[in-house]
Design a protein around this ligand. Structure first.
Ligand SMILES: *[C@@H]1O[C@H](CO)[C@@H](O)[C@H](O)[C@H]1NC(C)=O
Ligand SMILES: *[C@@H]1O[C@H](CO)[C@@H](O)[C@H](O)[C@H]1NC(C)=O
Ligand SMILES: *[C@@H]1O[C@H](CO)[C@@H](O)[C@H](O)[C@H]1NC(C)=O
Length: 382
C-alpha cells in the first residue's frame, strides 16, 4: 500500500530545509544490524574460531568482518546468523587477478562451506593509499571473482577496503574529495565497478587518528568520543550542517568525496573504527577509559538509528576494530591495543550489541547538499 503524505506536510518538510534536496533510491543491501566487529583469526594465542563464533552469537553481534581468513576459520562460522564479510589478504590479489579459473578455485578452497552465509567479499586492504603497487590487480581480481560467482551461481557483494587517508582534507565534510593523485586513475574505475554490482564502499575511519593530527586544530576529545554535552560541535561552513562528533563528519566527508566524483549513490560502510586502550607514553588518550567511552557511545549512536547530518535517512553501518588486541592499523604503532575483548573472551567494555542488531539501513536516502547563500551566514560559527 502506498503511503499517503498530506500535501501540506510535504510542503512543510520541503520548506524546513534551507538547501536543495535530491532524493535517490539506492538498492537495499540485506541489512542485519548496524554494528559489527573486525575479527582477525591469525593473532597468536586466541581461542579456537568456533568458540569465538559461539561467543559472538551469545553477545548479540550481527555482523562480522573476518580478516586474514583461513578455511577452518571460515568453517567455524557455519550456521551462524551473522552477515559475514571476508577480507581477502593483499597477498592473494595476483592469484585472483590471473584468471577466472583461479578465482573459482580460490572460492572453492576458501569460501564455500556447507552453510556459510558470506554476504560480502572485500578484496585487498588500503590499496589506494599504502599498497598502491598492488592496485593494478584489484579490478582484474574483482572481475574474475564476479565471473566466478556467475559460473558458480553465487550472489555476494564484491568490494575493497580503504583508509580514510585518501580523503582530503579531513574536514569540513563538504570540502572533502579523493586524493587527486588517485581520484580519476584509481578510485573512479573502482566506483564504476561498485555501481555496476550495487556493492558498498568500505572505509576505515579513526577519529582517534584525525584527532591526533592537526586536521581539526580545535577538535576536542569530546568531539572525537561522542560527548553529548552542549558546546561540543563543529559547523561545516559551506553547508551549515552541525557535527556533534567526528565519526559523522568523516562518514559525510566520504559521501561528499564520492558525490564529487559522480557516485553519490554508493553505500558507504565503515569497515573499521575504534579506539586504543593502550598506546605509547606520549599518547594519554590511548586509555581504557576513553576507549570504553568511544566504543560504548559509538554503539549507542548507531543503535539510535539516526542518519548523519548530510544523509539523515541513512543509518551508518560500522565494524568495530577490533575484537581482540593484536593486528595493527596502518600508520599506527603496532604495540597499541585496539581490542574490545580480552583473549579469554571477557568484554573489556560493556558493549550493547543486541540493541544495534534490530536497526537496519533504509532504502531511500536524501542527500542534503550545499546552499551557497545560507552557507555564508553560518560560516561565522566555524
Ligand atoms: C596475509 O599476507 C601476509 C603477507 O602479505 C602474510 O604474512 C600473512 O600470513 C597472510 N595471512 C594469511 C592468513 O594468509
Ligand atoms: C590461470 O592462471 C594460472 C596462474 O597464472 C595459470 O597457471 C593457468 O594456466 C591459467 N589458466 C587459464 C585457463 O588461463
Ligand atoms: C595524495 O597521495 C600522494 C601519494 O600517496 C601523497 O604524496 C600526497 O601527500 C597525498 N595528498 C594529500 C593531500 O593527502
Amino acid at each position: 500500500m502506498a503511503l499517503k503524505i498530506p500535501f501540506f506536510l510535504l510542503l512543510v518538510f520541503l520548506l524546513s530545509f534551507p538547501s536543495p534536496i535530491s532524493s535517490r533510491a539506492v538498492p537495499e543491501t540485506s541489512q542485519t544490524g548496524v554494528v559489527g566487529v573486525v575479527y582477525s583469526m591469525s593473532t597468536a594465542g586466541l581461542p579456537p574460531p568456533k568458540q569465538v563464533a559461539d561467543a559472538l552469537v551469545d553477545a548479540g553481534v550481527s555482523r562480522v568482518l573476518l580478516i586474514d581468513t583461513y578455511p577452518e576459520g571460515i568453517a567455524a562460522f557455519n550456521g551462524t546468523p551473522f552477515h559475514i564479510t571476508i577480507g581477502v589478504n593483499n597477498s592473494v590479489l595476483p592469484l585472483l587477478a590471473a584468471n577466472r579459473s583461479e578465482a573459482i578455485r580460490w572460492i572453492g578452497d576458501h569460501i564455500i562451506g556447507p552453510n556459510v552465509a558470506v554476504g560480502t567479499i572485500s578484496v585487498g586492504h588500503d590499496l589506494l593509499s599504502t599498497y598502491i603497487a598492488l592496485y593494478k590487480y584489484l579490478l582484474p581480481a574483482l572481475r574474475n571473482l564476479q565471473a566466478a560467482f556467475t559460473t558458480m551461481g553465487l550472489d555476494m557483494s564484491l568490494t575493497t577496503s580503504c583508509s580514510y587517508d585518501i580523503i582530503c582534507p579531513g574536514f569540513p565534510p563538504s570540502e572533502a574529495h579523493f586524493n587527486s593523485s588517485v581520484a580519476e586513475t584509481h578510485v573512479m574505475p573502482l566506483m564504476e565497478f561498485l555501481t555496476e554490482t550495487s556493492s558498498p564502499f568500505l572505509i576505515q575511519l579513526y577519529p582517534f587518528k584525525l584527532y591526533n593530527s592537526d586536521v581539526i586544530p580545535r577538535a576536542s576529545t569530546g568531539l572525537a568520543t561522542f560527548d553529548s554535552r552542549p558546546g561540543i560541535f563543529l559547523t561545516d561552513p559551506k553547508t551549515g550542517l552541525v557535527y556533534q562528533n567526528m565519526f559523522d563528519a568523516m562518514v559525510d566527508a566520504t559521501v561528499a568525496a564520492l558525490d564529487k566524483l559522480g557516485y553519490p549513490d554508493i553505500r558507504v560502510v565503515v569497515a573499521g573504527t575504534g579506539w586504543p586502550s593502550e598506546g605509547t607514553d606520549d599518547q594519554p588518550e590511548a586509555s581504557p577509559v576513553i576507549a570504553a567511552e568511544y566504543t560504548e557511545r559509538l554503539v549507542s549512536r548507531l543503535s539510535s538509528g539516526a542518519g548523519t547530518p548530510a544523509l539523515p535517512d541513512v543509518t551508518p553501518v560500522a565494524y568495530i576494530f577490533s575484537l581482540f588486541d593484536g593486528p595493527m592499523v596502518a600508520g599506527m604503532p603496532t604495540a597499541w591495543n585496539w581490542g574490545i575483548w580480552t583473549k579469554d573472551m571477557q568484554q573489556k567494555y560493556i558493549v550493547d550489541f543486541a540493541s544495534a542488531a534490530n536497526v537496519g539501513g533504509r532504502a531511500r536516502r536524501t542527500l542534503i547538499s550545499a546552499a551557497a547563500g545560507w552557507a555564508a551566514a553560518v560560516a561565522l560559527f566555524w
